[in-house]
Structures are given as C-alpha cells and as structure tokens.
Ligand binder design. Structure first.
Ligand SMILES: Cc1ncc(COP(=O)(O)O)c(C=O)c1O
Length: 374
C-alpha cells in the first residue's frame, strides 16, 4: 500500500504546489451605491477596441458552429506582417496568461526554480507553482527590476525567469541595454520571458519590447497581448514570439483550438489598425503626464510610469492611507486596485481612464487629501 498524500486523504488531491497557490484576485469591478462607476482597476483601455476589430468580431458571429482555425494561421500571418516576423515562430494564446502558463508547463518541472521580482506580475508565481516548481522571488531596486539581483538568484535548478517590462503594478521599465545584459549573462538553459503586455504604451528611446532579442537568441521569448492597447481583454488574445524550438514545444501542449473564431477575427483586424493603436498611445501619453502632475501637486508620490497605469503612494497614517483612500474613492464610484497582494499596501494602482474618469479621480483625491468626508 502506498502512503502517498492521496491515499492518506482517501480522495483525489492536487499535486504538490497547487494548494500553495493563492488564486489570482482580479481588480474589483463594482462600487455598490455609487451612481456612476469608473473601473480603473484592471489596466483596461478607456477607448474600447478598434471599430475594425468590432466589425470583424460581429461578422464572426455567422460562423459559430464551426471550430476555429486551431493554428491561428491568419492572425499569426498578420502579426508577422506588421512586425516583420516569421509566423512559424509566433504562438497565439487565450490571453498572454495562457502563454505564460504554457511556458512554465513546458520548461519547469517539480523542484525546478522560476525567478521573478518582488513586485512582479502575480501570474508568474501561479504558473511556477502550478507545475510543481519553486518560486524564487528577488528584490527590486527603487521598485524596478534589478538584473544583478536576478543573476545572483540563478542556481543549477533555475529554468525560467519572468520579467514584465514595463512591470505591472509598478509601471517601471528596464532599458534594453539592461535586458540584453541579463540575456547575455543567463545560462543558456534558462528561458528568459519578456512579458511586454504594455509595450505599445512606452515612449522612451532606450526601451525595446524584446523582438530583436527573441529573434536572435535560443533562450528568450517575448509575450504580447491584445487586452491592453487593443481593447480586447474580454476576447482573450495573446501572442508570443521566440525561437522555433520554443514555438514547437508550446504547440504540442496548448489546447488544439485555444483561440475562438471571433477572437481570431478581431485580433487580425486590430493588429492591422496601426492608426488606432497610435492614437491610443498618444491619448495615454497625454493623460499619464497630466495625472502624474496633478496627483503629485496634491502631495502624493507617483512612481514614474511607462505604461497605462500609475502607482500612487499614500501616507501611512490611518485615515490618510491607501485603504482609506480606496474607500473614499470607491464611495464616489472610482474603483482603483488595492495592492496588498503585491506587497505594496501603501499604494493604489490607477489605470489611465477617460478624460471624465481622470478628472474625477483628481477631484476626489484632492478632497481626500484636503480632509473632506465621504
Ligand atoms: C504584465 C502583464 N502580463 C500579462 C497580463 C495578462 O494579460 P492577458 O492574459 O489579458 O493577455 C497582464 C494583465 O494584466 C499583465 O499586467
């Protein structure tokens, strides 16, 4: 008789690691009692999808009885055209979340280590634990990924390193020189995942999403999403570019029809609407700067952001802290993201919203800081 945990429990139990996972907590989406609600808690775009994506999505409704193209051929070809990439090295996923999980499942086994940074995106821990791996959390410097800290944490058991660039929830980014230094210093058996979910929003000369590196290295992949600037979060579309051998491995383990027909149609139309993406990036740049300035004028600190959200720091005194600010804003229908789970309990994350939402947030914060009640 085996005395495995399942036998002792007398019922099926998940394998080691699974029950150590704290299920992902999405940003809140309702503010009970508020007349008008602005959801600024999930880094969604206030601009919605491209009209071309919407039209393509609607026409796909005529064909719902048929399975979609399981290879995402047309979408991969469109992405390839827009970015100048070989479609054979692109893998599409049901959101980049699926791709991050597939990468862990393909490359991390029980006892293997996966590295991410202390305020890194929550899905990395879940992906590593989900395949029995050991999460290795490294410190950041000034809320920014620290290449030397990552390199110092590499051991014989390291299989994967996840970096969001820019990172969520801090909004900070690493210059391409630093990413290249990391890639050059990692052992070749370690897969470096550059999660560039917010790449389109970055307007810095020293930034690169990682296409060149993923194209020229055997151990670097870049992931992207349609959930942010493309405004298609609900359709769940992500893509990855990397070495052919990684694409081949993922194609063996992904679901055979992992993207729906409407998602493929909308994604293809959206990736080709370059003017829409450019306008959305310009909108974000303008309001990111405005919000940063206005919130700092109120005496609050804002971490400089390269993305479509801001990390706002609050004082630690009860009544003036992030928890109190969250309750105050919530009563006015302004939903921000609490960050206890990211070990940033004194901060709230604010997604850049519509002009109306942004102005409402600044007005509410002014009242909060000025001591107004409710
Ligand atoms: C850094 C980062 N990566 C990946 C994702 C997942 O995006 P999706 O699965 O919608 O593509 C998010 C979403 O918030 C994110 O912030």
């Amino acid at each position: 008789m085996s005395d495995s945990p399942s036998a002792v429990a007398g019922r099926p139990i998940p394998r080691p690691g699974v029950l150590d996972i704290e299920a992902y907590v999405p940003g809140k989406s309702s503010a009970p009692g508020a007349a008008r609600v602005f959801k600024l808690s999930s880094n969604e775009t206030p601009l919605g999808p491209s009209p071309r994506a919407l039209a393509a999505y609607r026409s796909a409704a005529d064909n719902l009885a048929a399975y979609p193209d399981g290879s995402s051929t047309v979408l991969r070809a469109a992405i390839g055209r827009v970015f100048g990439l070989d479609p054979a090295r692109i893998v599409c996923g049901a959101g980049s979340d699926e791709l991050l999980n597939l990468l862990a499942h393909a490359y991390v086994g029980p006892g293997d280590e996966g590295i991410f940074t202390e305020h890194g995106f929550a899905v990395y821990r879940i992906a590593i634990l989900g395949c029995g791996g050991v999460p290795v959390v490294v410190p950041e410097t000034n809320l920014t990924t620290d290449v030397d800290a990552i390199l110092a944490a590499v051991t014989e058991r390291t299989r994967i390193v996840f970096i969001a660039n820019p990172n969520n929830p801090t909004g900070t980014y690493l210059p391409f020189e630093e990413i290249k230094r990391l890639a050059a210093s990692l052992p070749p058996r370690v897969l470096l995942v550059l999660d560039a979910a917010y790449a389109e929003y970055v307007r810095r000369n020293d930034y690169a999403a990682g296409i060149e590196l993923a194209g020229s290295s055997e151990n670097v992949v870049m992931t992207r999403t349609f959930s942010k600037i493309h405004g298609l979060a609900s359709l769940r579309i992500g893509w990855l570019y990397g070495p052919a051998h990684v694409a081949e491995a993922l194609n063996r383990i992904r679901g055979p029809f992992n993207l729906s027909g409407p998602a493929l149609a909308a994604g293809t139309a959206s990736i080709e609407d370059l003017a829409f993406v450019e306008a959305a990036a310009a909108f974000n740049e303008e309001w990111r700067a405005w919000l940063t300035t206005e919130i700092e004028k109120l005496g609050l600190t804002v971490t400089p952001s390269a993305a479509n959200f801001l990390l706002v720091h609050f004082p630690r005194e009860e009544g003036r802290d992030a928890r109190a600010a969250d309750a105050f804003l919530m009563a006015r229908g302004l939903i921000l993201r609490r960050l206890e789970s990211y070990n940033l309990p004194h901060c709230l994350r604010l997604s850049i919203g519509s002009e109306e939402a942004n102005r409402a947030v600044v007005a509410a914060l002014a009242d909060f800081v000025g001591g107004a009640r409710g």
